[in-house]
Design a protein around this ligand. Structure first.
Ligand code: THG
Length: 370
């Protein structure tokens, strides 16, 4: 089994022609849309991200726009973080929870103006959720998915390239801050962001008919930096401990179990969905599990494919689940990501995970690895 059947039900991205021409070999599906995952040479894609600059079609990071007089109140009610002092042009990494405090998504929330917000989303049907909550609460807002498709430019050389395209001012942009701008008349929002720790920007294209045009312009300007295609990189994201919602989280995880404690305001003044449930979790001794790294004693010098979560054991008993495992080229070490029972994490004892060759001893470590 190595093929995916495309159909109109699975949306194509506005950059589709360009990414196919760039040699796209592998895709996944995310937010009911084609998500490119490789161009056939994972080693080169990793190197480009760590040492140079890569272009990623991340159109699947769909936006839900909340617009109208109650936009702030609505965005706040949907978000487990205090938004009181958020400024126009600022983005924040946030958790969205249900009434039981379970994490539904971990978007970047962007404040375009006092009455216009974007949730830049991971893979879940948040348009349905946001619309239902807004209507039930009687917020005076419109909730919709705008024609917005992010294109990420990531890597240590990304800033020079973006400064060449948009001017030197971009160097002063702080992390997750953004400006509305254009490139030769192509409307976009330029944000310092991206799902890697190698630095970079995301160009939120605001006209899906001009995707290939934008892609082409970035490629031409990037030639002298040896830009090339890539995708959110599995090895780098494990090294950096970046959360993959739905992969690293289970349907019952709360954000405290997903490594998001520092982005959650449990006792803030504004109310939000899940606040009471998270307060209960804290009142009852804290989260049951923690999101941690595993350093694995293995001589397997390649990434293990992990189509399913794998049990983490201690003396035969299941004490957690591992959601990703890779061979880190920079650490020369096999590493993984897991949710593990807090008592086991705090005791600092070693655990075991299943590998292709049997059981492997693993040590629990703090994130990020690098
Ligand atoms: N960009 C945009 N939208 C997105 C993502 C993105 N939506 C889906 C998904 N990615 C959301 N998840 C994350 C997870 C981590 C980060 C960004 C989005 C991230 N975290 C940094 C970290 O953990 O070190 C910084 C967080 C901080 O300190 O505030 O970058 O990539 N548009």
């Amino acid at each position: 089994m190595n093929r995916i059947t495309l159909s109109p039900r699975i949306r194509k991205t506005p950059y589709f022609k360009s990414i196919v021409a760039a040699g796209l070999t592998d895709i996944s599906v995310y937010n009911k849309m084609v998500m490119p995952t490789s161009y056939g040479d994972l080693q080169a894609e990793y190197r480009r991200l760590i040492e140079g600059v890569a272009i990623w079609d991340v159109s699947v990071e769909r936006q839900v726009e909340i617009v109208g007089p109650d936009a702030h109140a609505c965005a706040q009610y949907l978000t487990a973080r205090d938004l009181t002092n958020m400024k126009e042009g600022q983005g924040k990494y946030v958790a969205m929870c249900d009434h039981e405090g379970r994490i539904l998504n971990d978007p970047v929330l962007m404040k375009l103006s006092g009455d216009r917000y974007w949730f830049s989303l991971a893979d879940n049907d948040m348009l349905l959720w946001c619309r239902a909550i807004a209507a039930e609460k009687g917020f005076d807002v419109t909730v919709h998915e705008p024609d917005v498709s992010p294109l990420a430019v990531q890597g240590p050389k990304a800033e020079d390239l973006i400064a060449e395209l948009f001017g030197e001012d971009v160097r002063a942009l702080k992390y997750f801050w953004f400006v509305e701008t254009e490139l030769d008349g192509i409307p976009l929002v330029l944000c310092r962001s991206g799902w890697s720790k190698q630095g970079g920007f995301e160009l939120f294209l605001q006209d899906g008919s001009r995707g290939d045009e934008l892609y082409g312009k970035v490629m031409v300007a990037g030639e002298k930096y040896e830009i090339g295609p890539g995708a959110p990189n599995h090895v780098e994201r494990v090294e950096s401990g970046l959360l993959s919602w739905g992969g690293d989280t289970t349907p019952d995880s709360n954000p405290l179990e997903a490594g998001m404690a520092r982005y959650v305001d449990i006792d803030c003044e504004p109310d939000y969905i899940g606040k009471a449930a998270l307060q209960d979790v804290m009142a009852n001794g804290g989260p049951e599990r923690l999101f941690v790294g595993l350093t694995i004693e293995s001589d397997i010098a390649d990434s293990w494919p992990l189509p399913e979560r794998t049990p983490v054991r201690q003396n035969g008993e299941v004490v957690g689940t591992m959601s990703a495992v890779v061979f880190s080229h920079r650490l020369q070490q096999t590493i993984g990501l897991a949710q593990v029972n807090r008592t086991v994490v705090e005791a600092g004892e070693s655990v075991e995970v299943e590998g292709p060759g049997g059981r492997n001893v693993a040590t629990i470590t703090e994130l990020p690895f690098i």
